[in-house]
Design a protein around this ligand. Structure first.
Ligand code: SF4
Ligand code: SF4
Length: 339
C-alpha cells in the first residue's frame, strides 16, 4: 500500500476539532522510559500502569503490523469568571474530557475509515495502554516539561492528548520532540507544595496532590499533604499555573470544556454536598472518579488546611457522617482549626 497523504489526515483532524496533530513511526519505546518510573514506586498504587506494560512499550501488541501513531492534542483552557475560584483543576470543570475526546476520535476514525477502508486502526483516549506523552513528543507536538506535563508551543500545557495507531505508513513523519524550552527555569519544582517533582519531567505520584485527591480513594491523605490542600479538592494546577510557558493561554471555544454548575461551588458547599446534589451535579464530569465520599473528604481536608473558622459547625456535623473517611477528615480538620 502507498503511504497515506499527511495533508489529508491533517485536514480530517481539523474537521473534527483537534488542535494539533502529528505523525510518529510506531517503533518500540525503550523499556527504561516506563520501567524505571514503575520500579522507583513513583506510580504509587496505580497498578494499571504496570499491568499492560508490554503493550505500552510496543504498540504492535495493540495493533499487529502497526506502522504509524497519529498523536492529537486538544486545548482545554477556559477562564470563565464564574469558576475563577473553583477548587477543581481546570480540565475537570466541564464535561468529562474522556467523552469529549472519545467523540472527536470516533468522528476522526469514521472519516478515516471512509477514506481508507483497508487500513486498520486502534484508538486511545487516556484510558488505553498507550503512552500518549511519548507519542505526542515523537510526533513533534511538543515535549515533556520539568513539571511532567506535555508542553506545546501554541497552547502551553493546557492540552489533553489522544492517539490513533495505524497499520499503514504516512508520507512524512516528525523528526522527534520539539525543543525543550524549560532552560534554567525551576519554577514548577520550587512551587510544588509537596515536592512531587523530581526533575527531568518525573513526577512522584505518591506525593502529587493530583494523585492524592483523585486516585487515593481508600487511604487517608498523609497529613503533610493535607495541609497543602487549601482550595484544592480535585486535581492540582499549581505547577501549570506558575509555568511561564503558560503565560499566554488560548481560550478554547469548545463548550464541552465550559465549567458546569459544580465548578461554581466553593469548598464549604462541596464538603456539605448531599447525595441528591451529587447525583444532580457530578455524573457526566470527571469528578465521579473521586466518588461521593472521596470528594467530600477532600473538601473537608481543604477546609482544615484553610483553617476556615466559619466551617466549624459543618465540621462538627461531619464528625457524625456515615463515611469513616469523611468522619476522620472532619476530626482532623477540627483539630487543625484549633492548632
Ligand atoms: Fe505538585 Fe500539584 Fe504539580 Fe502534583 S500537580 S506535581 S502536587 S504542583
Ligand atoms: Fe519548565 Fe519552568 Fe514550566 Fe517548569 S515552570 S515546566 S521548568 S518552563
Amino acid at each position: 500500500m502507498t503511504s497515506l497523504p499527511t495533508a489529508h489526515l491533517l485536514q480530517l483532524s481539523q474537521e473534527v476539532g483537534f488542535d494539533l496533530v502529528g505523525f510518529a513511526r510506531a517503533e518500540p519505546i525503550p523499556p527504561q522510559t516506563l520501567l524505571g518510573w514503575l520500579e522507583s514506586g513513583c506510580a504509587a498504587d496505580m497498578d494499571w500502569m504496570s499491568t499492560r506494560a508490554a503493550e505500552r512499550l510496543d504498540v504492535s501488541l495493540l495493533l499487529p503490523g502497526a506502522k504509524t501513531v497519529i498523536a492529537f492534542a486538544t486545548n482545554y483552557y477556559r477562564d470563565d469568571p464564574r469558576a475563577a475560584d473553583s477548587p477543581i483543576a481546570r480540565y475537570a470543570r466541564g464535561r468529562d474530557y474522556h467523552s469529549t475526546l472519545r467523540d472527536k476520535l470516533k468522528a476522526y476514525r469514521k472519516r478515516f475509515s471512509e477514506a481508507y477502508p483497508g487500513v486498520k486502526h486502534y484508538g486511545s483516549v487516556d484510558s488505553g495502554p498507550l503512552m500518549e506523552k511519548v507519542w505526542a513528543a515523537r510526533a513533534g507536538l511538543g515535549y515533556v516539561g520539568k513539571n511532567g506535563c506535555f508542553i506545546t508551543e501554541p497552547y502551553g500545557s493546557w492540552v489533553l492528548l489522544s492517539a490513533l495507531i495505524l497499520d499503514a505508513e504516512v508520507e512524512a513523519y516528525a523528526g522527534g520532540p520539539a525543543e525543550d524550552r524549560c532552560g534554567h527555569c525551576r519554577k514548577c519544582l520550587m512551587s510544588c507544595p509537596t515536592g512531587a517533582l523530581l526533575g527531568q519531567g518525573r513526577v512522584n505520584a505518591r506525593a502529587c496532590l493530583s494523585y492524592q485527591t483523585i486516585e487515593n480513594r481508600h487511604a487517608e491523605v498523609p497529613e503533610s499533604f493535607r495541609v497543602e490542600m487549601d482550595n484544592l479538592i480535585f486535581g492540582c494546577d499549581i505547577c501549570q499555573d506558575v509555568c511561564p510557558l503558560n503565560r499566554h493561554p488560548v481560550f478554547t471555544p469548545n463548550e464541552r470544556f465550559a465549567p458546569r454548575a459544580v465548578a461554581e461551588l466553593g469548598v464549604m458547599e462541596l464538603a456539605a454536598l448531599t447525595p441528591e446534589e451529587y447525583e444532580r451535579l457530578i455524573p457526566g464530569t470527571a469528578l465521579g472518579r473521586a466518588r461521593y465520599d472521596g470528594l467530600r473528604r477532600n473538601a473537608v481536608y481543604a477546609l482544615g488546611a484553610a483553617k476556615q473558622a466559619e466551617a466549624r459547625s459543618l465540621l462538627v456535623k461531619l464528625c457524625e457522617d456515615p463515611s469513616e473517611q469523611v468522619r476522620h477528615a472532619a476530626e482532623w480538620a477540627l483539630r487543625h482549626l484549633d492548632a
